[in-house]
Design a protein around this ligand. Sequence first.
Ligand code: SF4
Ligand code: SF4
Length: 409
Amino acid sequence: MKQELLNRLQTAGKPVIISGAGMVGETVLGICKENGIAVAGFCDGSTRVEGSDFHGFRVIHTQRLKEHYRDALVLITVAAIKDVVDMLREEGFEDWIAAGPLLEDMDVGQMAPELDFHKFSIETCIVCHAGFLNPEKTFLRSVDLIITERCSLKCKDCSNLMQYYESPKNVELDLLFQSVDALCSALDEIMEMRVIGGDAFMNKQWPLVVEKLLGEPKIRRVVIYTNGAIVPKAEHAPLLRHPRVLTIVTDYGKLSSSMEKLTGYFSEHGIAHRILHVDSWLDCASLEKHGRSQEDNARVYQDCCAKNMLSLSDGKLFRCPFAANADRLSAVPDFQDDYVDVLAESPAAEDRDRIGRKIMDYALNKGTLEICDYCNGRPLSGKEVTPAVQTSEPLTYWKHPRNPIRALK
Ligand code: SF4
Ligand code: SF4
């Protein structure tokens, strides 16, 4: 497979462009050079790297690739391959190669307790590309698992809609575990389960959730999201140090009030982590009905960079955290076609298969959501706002008269 791909790249007869100006892109560039493949350039879906220099190439935004190349063979190194393929198709590029198989013979063994982020990224790319290329396999790249509505901050433009919760609470643990069991029994593999809130550490039961996820062999990685305001107890360090766990901390400067202590805690206990710095946010957190036509709504969805951020909330699998939280807040009617109810089916094998196929159909083919009409959308080129501006009071919104609480089975 690898040799076949190399042959195809060597004889492409058109410019070879690497998609993804990151660690994996850099590794794949090295493989191309070793094998005499002339790379013409790099493209990336992020505006943050657009125009920057990457190994001597000026990075082109994927949505502007057409302005530079009429035709190209695009070598995708991004784990979120479906997003890239969708974007390339939009721009009229049908000729692409998933780079995962080129990386397969690399040593991605992980040196516990330290998680090498480069190896992590390469393994993620290999597994996600293999899953995407195998239509028989029910594989999801990543699922956001909402474990709390509570956050240590109250950002007025939070894209996960925390600023609207009047009495935020933790997700009920039994329901959460039932949801995870139902999802995992219906699928072959999930690359990454992302434990989110709000701030995941605001739910004191987060260690139980992480233990539960680590006990599920179909989940490869557990990624915990926090914002640098809370330092976990020392007794939980072994759990965070687990070789399948990664903690991602968003750094909001002074608002991340315990950042120094937290990074000290990570160093002291040898905990794999990554710190993200944010320069700008998209203006995508208002909750209002726009009344768009179906066509316009489909366009908003098409252009949205969050439409593949599958989110599990009380047994319902949504396309994005906005939709999941809008539903939790009853800010939208109960649009039953907008989610897959993973708890709706019995645990019998034939039902598990059916729900697995339904989830894959939803993940790969869903065209738009009714909920998108209540959202500004998240186009990569959208209006930006200052990140992490705080609100002292919850923001108001129109609540739909329905009961969002579901009964346990
Ligand atoms: S830190 Fe801000 S953006 Fe992050 S979840 Fe909390 S309220 Fe939302
Ligand atoms: S446009 Fe639709 S898919 Fe995108 S964030 Fe909004 S609700 Fe989610």
